[in-house]
Design a protein around this ligand. Structure first.
Ligand code: DER
Length: 221
């Protein structure tokens, strides 16, 4: 059974007529967007706010009307994926490279739902490399800072070139799981000049929909 599909399609049930919906990025929320598109074809009236170019193309292809975040007052519900989710529904995101726009859309949302397969559930965040979005100018200086902290930074590459986000930034993946206090780590990263955003999403998710084999479960914050 496709656990991503099970979770993704289940989350689409939370979408109601007249809502403005934040549309996440990734291979699980892909199924949510497809299911929402089917419902739009059957008369559902919603407006989607995409978190990436890739999601905008997918949503447009599904016939979902879209709006830019800057033209949106509030977002009723955002549905997105995640790379790790702990028991308190804190998470690591950014595996798909969309973390900055995802965090902006999530922060503008009344409710956030994450859709994951069961492998994303962890007791403690940090086994998954933490994506850190940095501006290209001086990225090597930031790498040095991470190396001195023992975070083993890796510049994310694509087709032999540094991966570029929709915002034109680079992503450095760091292994900081041993840092322990994720709140303190997030605050430290927020203070680093040249760091645009990071993939620690703490206190964001209200409900996680988990695909597990044939079944789907949900956990609220
Ligand atoms: O970049 C992200 O945070 C995406 O939501 C993504 O990493 C989610 O992973 P998925 O493709 O396994 O759903």
């Amino acid at each position: 059974m496709n656990e991503k599909k099970t979770a993704g399609e289940k989350a689409a049930e939370f979408v109601e007529d007249g809502m403005t919906i934040g549309l996440g990025t990734g291979s699980t929320v892909y199924y949510t967007i497809r299911k929402i598109g089917e419902r739009v074809q059957n008369g559902l009236k919603i407006t989607g706010v995409p978190t990436s170019q890739a999601t905008a193309v997918l949503a447009r292809g599904c016939g979902i009307p879209l709006a830019d975040l800057n033209d949106t007052d509030t977002i009723d519900l955002t549905i997105d994926g995640a790379d790790e989710v702990d028991p308190a529904l804190n998470g690591i995101k950014g595996g798909g490279g969309a973390l900055l726009f995802e965090k902006l859309v999530a922060n503008a949302s009344k409710k956030n739902i994450w859709v994951v397969d069961h492998s994303k559930q962890v007791e403690k965040l940090g086994a998954y490399p933490l994506p850190v979005e940095v501006i290209p100018f001086g990225w090597k200086q930031i790498m040095k800072i991470f190396e001195e902290k023992g975070f083993r930074p890796v510049l994310r590459m694509k087709n032999g070139q540094p991966f570029q986000t929709d915002g034109g930034h680079y992503i450095v993946d760091i292994r900081a799981g041993h840092a322990g206090d994720m709140v303190a780590l997030g605050k430290w990263l927020d203070g680093l000049t040249g760091v645009v955003e990071h993939g620690l999403f703490l206190g964001t998710c209200d409900l996680v929909v988990v695909g597990d084999g044939e079944s789907v479960s949900m956990r609220e914050k």
